[in-house]
Write a protein that binds this ligand. Structure first.
Ligand code: FE
Length: 234
């Protein structure tokens, strides 16, 4: 749930790129190698609710290898998640396979998110449409234009390559939403999917009432920014 009636939301927490978040920064060994159907996590149970009194991880444990962690190749269908109030139809459609949402000179930690759009059997879905929207590094959505909003149609291999920034946290009620990227996927002959992708290690993951474990992306360092890999099956 998002704040209603106001686009500007308070963000009292450090951005993902602060020193406190350097646990996320691991060197990415080698080139960006990934394959369709190998990155979708199979877990679909929700995280414990705040009522379960499970504290957020004070010191999240990074991957020891530094490489992108990969879940078993059991695609299934990616879990749905709430749309929230900030979706705007008609976002710009990329003319290339890479969807670049970062304005020139934009602040925030750069993020590359790669993956594939597949069916539940891990087979690529050529021509599927991926739509993205997320907050800026302060946790604000652009409700007047299309900053950090865009669409891309994947090619024959189903792959997408999103270049953007790590979204900021924002307040909801008495807490904060963890960093997340809103996603819609459309493919002919299939029910569309609306969901959100979350960041491994975010301190607000454990207390968020909407998150599903299966939607948390493994994160690694890539140059000066972060890299995430996640397949989306519909
Ligand atoms: Fe949101």
């Amino acid at each position: 749930m998002h704040l209603s009636g106001s686009r500007r939301v308070v963000h009292a927490e450090p951005p993902m790129h602060s020193p406190r978040r350097h646990f996320l920064l691991h060197s990415l060994a080698g080139a960006a190698v990934f394959s369709c159907g190998g990155l979708t996590q199979a877990r679909d149970e929700p995280l414990p609710s705040p009522d379960a009194a499970v504290p957020p991880p004070a010191t999240p444990t990074p991957s020891e290898s530094g490489a992108i962690a990969r879940a078993p190749q059991t695609c299934g269908r990616t879990a749905a998640n709430i749309e929230g109030p900030f979706f705007r139809p008609g976002a710009p459609l990329a003319t290339a396979n890479t969807l670049s949402l970062t304005p020139s000179g934009a602040a925030g930690t750069r993020l590359q998110l790669v993956g594939c759009i597949t069916d539940p059997q891990c087979q690529p879905l050529p021509g599927a449409m991926l739509e993205i929207w997320h907050a800026d590094h302060h946790g604000d959505y652009d409700d007047e234009a299309f900053t950090y909003r865009g669409r891309v149609r994947v090619g024959a291999d189903g792959r997408f390559d999103l270049r953007t920034i790590v979204p900021g946290h924002y307040r909801v009620g008495g807490g904060h939403r963890p960093a997340h990227i809103h996603v819609k996927v459309h493919a002919n002959g299939r029910p569309s999917l609306t969901t959100q992708l979350y960041f491994e290690g975010d301190r607000f993951n454990a207390g968020d009432p909407f998150i599903h474990r299966s939607l948390i992306m493994p994160i690694t360092q890539s140059g000066e920014g972060l890299k995430a890999a996640f397949d989306i099956a519909i």
